[in-house]
Design a protein. Sequence first.
Length: 430
Amino acid sequence: MENIYRGEPILKGEFIEKLNQLKQDIEKDLLLEPLMPNVVIEAAHRLSKKINQQEVVQQLLLLGVPKWAAEDYVKVTIDSLGREALAKKVNIELGENPFEWKRINEGIEEKNQPLGVIMHIGAGNTLGLSAFSVIEGLLTGNINILKLPENEEGISSKLLMGLIEIEPRLKPYIYVLDVSSRNKEVISKLIDVANGVAVWGSDEAIGAVRLLAPPSLPIIEWGHRLSFAYFSKNDNEEEALVGLAKDICLTDQLYCSSPQCVFYETDNTDELNDFAHRLSKHIANVAEEYPSAVRAFDVQAQITWTHELIKMEELLEKKRLIIDEKKQFSVMIDYNAELKPAPLYRNIWVMPIKREGLLGLLRVHKGHLQTVGLSCRNEDINELSDIFYAAGICRITTCGHMSIHYTGEPHDGIYALGRYIRKVNRRYGR
């Protein structure tokens, strides 16, 4: 049972029937004793110790996730729920004792206050990410209403029920509903009780929420992002290509931090073709060790369609396709530089680039840029970094680390917990 109402499992129909009393229940709970981060951290830490790793791996295997990826997912989940990781996250993002009154001036003090009620529109590109969005809401003392994404098979609900079983004080702070985004009536009623809506998804998903939400309601956007790799000639190219192949294969390019394109500084077609072939050989080696996830029919259809279009343009020498015999990956060469999404699942664009045109090319996508996997000479790092940051990039890293994050790292350049609180103040005395 994936639906949860005030910490209790419930059928979807019964949850929807309770929507008329949701406002009353929440307003009563808003006056409860404040939920402190340490309560959430301890519950999450105990949950990390209770997770049956083999059981979760088996569940993921049934969803078509390769065994290596399932085992990695469980390890990352356990590490992320640990006491040290969460305490460090709170301290970095909110500071020490974030919900205590602090004296600002004589007779004036401030503190952080939860927004109140956060509705989370869950992400479908990463299993269990929706549960972590709720945990961020809990760490900031908020009541959380999660609309589950499709095809998650209850993973987020199980994680959240595990937290509740360990720490019953979390019950009034957790609601979960498995409802279609097309059910605007139900979504609108959930938005009506929220002080903010955290949306994980595409521009279309964010736009749909904006149409339903009043102008005064904060929309906390965690939208889709574009990431890419950038190479200029250097002595460590081959090592960086191995790392890039891992960035492509270990994520199947499903994360916002996964590379969609590779730009290579050259105006020589033969050099670009050679670079693409070298990359394809490294992808083949990595793919052998890390098999891909099962692809849905519509996903494979999109990949095939893209490949057929490239074959047609090959006749005009505008593009070129490098594909393995088993059609498990491809390197798609486009001789015209343009940052654009790939069809994912180990299909990567390779393009030539001139540094003087880089800023303008990237700024077309301002607001959607996230990570660069950079391979260049040491003396070029500062110049290229300045261009990337000016364009709107948030993260620059070495190839092989594009989707590896550190504890307390900002998300899309912003500390997430800071978006779930507000500063309040009071003046006292005469």
